[in-house]
Design a protein. Structure first.
Length: 296
């Protein structure tokens, strides 16, 4: 992408997503994603109704009257975005490429984070960890993230979610909220089960992992247009397929339904919150529903 075109697209995304953040997401985000817990703030005199478990006995003995410890929510979060930049993210229809939708959703999350004074970091991955951007604050940092997502040229074309999740677990020492933005097309060819089941369970035990699945509606069914030469977006190989064949249609439909169900089961078993976003549908409503679910 040309530099001038990239800057224009980044600016358009900033204008759109910052507006959404101010109008819709800031309060929802604050409620949905908590800080690391309660941190000691001060000691004050005991008041009727205070929890006696918070009495500071050392100060009480010193001044010969009861004092209690006051705690405040430790609000500041570290937010990590694990962003899939593999070949399949360049798939899209007339509406949008998956990569562009992922960039906008990442921008919404990033601007929501910095508005709440949280740090935001990024792990770009394909079949390997392509780039790590350490957590920082600020608008300039967020614009860099958007630019990287839109324009990054990965070395790998396939997907290895387990590798990215292991990197998160090992590299980010403090507990963080980690959004994984991907189409999650990473299944064992024989069992049709996600290859990252163990890694996401381990990562979610240390961090708060949230899955955001972005897919194109054309991926849910095979187009009936006769003999078709198709390219695997990840391997780059060309193959000929009779798209009108009932067997081809049914085989693909079965694969899509089976893998979607196994993905749902994997998220649920790992106790990972998740949401699906279609490229031709506004992502605002699914994100709001996700935030509301988490705020309960």
């Amino acid at each position: 992408m040309e530099t001038s075109e990239l800057l224009k697209r980044v600016r358009r995304i900033e204008i759109k997503t910052r507006g959404l953040t101010r109008q819709i997401f800031a309060g929802q985000y604050h409620s949905a994603f908590k800080g690391r817990g309660m941190a000691f703030s001060e000691v004050r005199e005991y008041r009727y109704g205070d929890d006696i478990r918070n009495i500071d006995w050392n100060v009480t003995a010193r001044y010969n009257q009861p004092y209690v410890k006051v705690f405040e929510e430790e609000r500041e979060l570290t937010v990590m975005l694990l962003i899939d930049v593999s070949g399949s993210q360049n798939f899209g229809s007339a509406h949008n490429f998956k990569r562009h939708v992922i960039a906008e959703v990442a921008a919404v999350l990033a601007f929501s984070a910095i508005q709440n004074n949280d740090k935001i970091g990024v792990i770009l991955f394909s079949d390997r960890v392509e780039k790590f951007i350490p957590p920082q604050k600020g608008r300039k940092h967020t614009l860099r993230i958007i630019s990287e997502v839109l324009n990054f040229q990965p070395q790998g074309r396939e997907t290895n979610l387990a590798e990215a999740l292991r990197f998160l677990t090992n590299a980010i020492k403090k507990r963080s909220t980690a959004f994984v933005l991907s189409d999650f097309i990473d299944f064992d060819s024989e069992t049709e089960q996600p290859r990252f089941s163990e890694a996401i369970t381990i990562a979610n035990n240390k961090h708060d992992v949230v899955g955001i699945r972005v897919y194109d509606f054309r991926e849910t069914q095979f187009p009936q247009v006769g003999l078709l030469r198709v390219k695997d977006a990840e391997t780059g190989k060309d193959i000929w397929v009779d798209s009108n064949s009932y067997e081809v249609q049914e085989t693909y439909k079965k694969w899509w339904n089976t893998t979607s169900e196994s993905l749902r089961q994997t998220f649920n078993k790992a106790k990972v919150d998740w949401v699906s976003i279609r490229t031709d549908v506004d992502y605002v409503k699914p994100l709001i529903l996700l935030f509301k679910r988490r705020a309960k």
